[in-house]
Design a protein. Sequence first.
Length: 479
Amino acid sequence: MTTFVDRVELHVAAGNGGHGCASVHREKFKPLGGPDGGNGGRGGDVTLVVDQSVTTLLDYHHSPHRKATNGQPGAGDHRSGKDGQDLILPVPDGTVVLDKQGNVLADLVGEGTTYIAGQGGRGGLGNAALASARRKAPGFALLGVPGESTDIVLELKTVADVALVGYPSAGKSSLISVLSAAKPKIADYPFTTLVPNLGVVTAGATVYTIADVPGLIPGASQGKGLGLEFLRHVERCSVLVHVLDTATLESDRDPVSDLDVIEEELKQYGGLDDRPRIVVLNKIDIPDGQDLADMIRPDLEARGYQVFEVSAVARTGLKELSFALAGIVAEARAAKPKEEATRIVIRPKAVDDAGFTVTFDEANEVYRVRGEKPERWIRQTDFNNDEAVGYLADRLNRLGVEDALVKAGARSGDGVAIGPEENAVVFDWEPTMMAGAEMLGRRGEDHRLEAPRPAAQRRRDRDAERDEAEQEFKEFGPF
Ligand SMILES: Nc1nc2c(ncn2[C@@H]2O[C@H](COP(=O)(O)OP(=O)(O)OP(=O)(O)O)[C@@H](O)[C@H]2O)c(=O)[nH]1
Ligand SMILES: [Mg+2]
């Protein structure tokens, strides 16, 4: 049997940022022309966008690996690398994004709703952008940051006002085909419908949507038939319609016990108790069907159900049904305003830009530094370039990492790890190392040899802070 594709696992990889370029301007008779290395371009994002013309997740089932393009590296002569292209993945309305543990990350409802599943890496600044009053000719550039790469799960939850539920072959698809313009597949074998069909119904002034979902059988909650999987489509509907077959040929079935079975399965699924339900007795064009309908109607009404007798084939009783549904839908809408279809952009997580933490990791015997900035700075550093390492040390120092390490009890020679356990840069801590390139200050001076004059030191710190802020800004800017 065909698999029911409304849940896919997707591996997304955003583009890497391009590396910045370290280059010195060259011109005849001008030996030291100044730094002119351009910035790397940013990597493309992987973005999910609700597109109403897309109705299934089938495409992602067939090719579940998606990658945006990388940013280009910067070049000499102030040439910036091109940004990578964002990869836009169209998804159906009602797609829910989860992580692999099953936590909901976003619920995408409404045309144009956007979710950034993987953020492209920042491009590295070139040495031209890193130059400052204190660092006139940096001999290094920043590396591009790798793009985010994650596994997500997409689940489709149809957004409709009314859901038709019932046994296979009860006539759900037939009913939606005569109530709306939808043209689903109809056949006399069970499980004809494998993915939900949506139709739009106009009844008087009310326009509502109706969904026909695959048939349900006893034991669906244990995975029989198509299982309960597709019932997630029913979750968002405000009205449930039991479509009961009054003319089934199976001797062990009758509409009332069918109803009980379906109700039991809905209960197993859970969370649907508050939804109003009505009963449709279908196939009354068949004489035995009409007789059976007449017989069980009082029983169903006694249970509190509003009952409609219809024939999808002879097209009888449809008007009453569609107007009654319009009434219930209108009531439900008034009670709970429907989620507005807004064009919103949802980001996976707010970037906590501000802080960092230092903790002692007993298992690995290192002081662990965690924080968005320090971890990014590590990725931006070319560890083969001493000047770049010095610049990193300087940045970390200014953020207060060195002070925090002292406070946490770190001593010279202790191990310090920046980043998560599985992906950290570890080094032996030397407090003086934290003042690499910047301590060299003006040409020919080394502040490590003499105590810095307090006023001059303060000025230097202030300038450095301004540099830092300026460079963070440049990195964010579109160059
Ligand atoms: N006589 C009669 N036959 C009907 C009526 N409605 C549906 N049928 C027939 O019943 C069979 C099943 O109809 P479908 O609409 O495919 O049933 P379904 O509930 O969508 O079935 P699944 O998709 O398998 O769950 C088809 O052969 C239809 O022609 C009706 O009102 N009268
Ligand atoms: Mg069907």
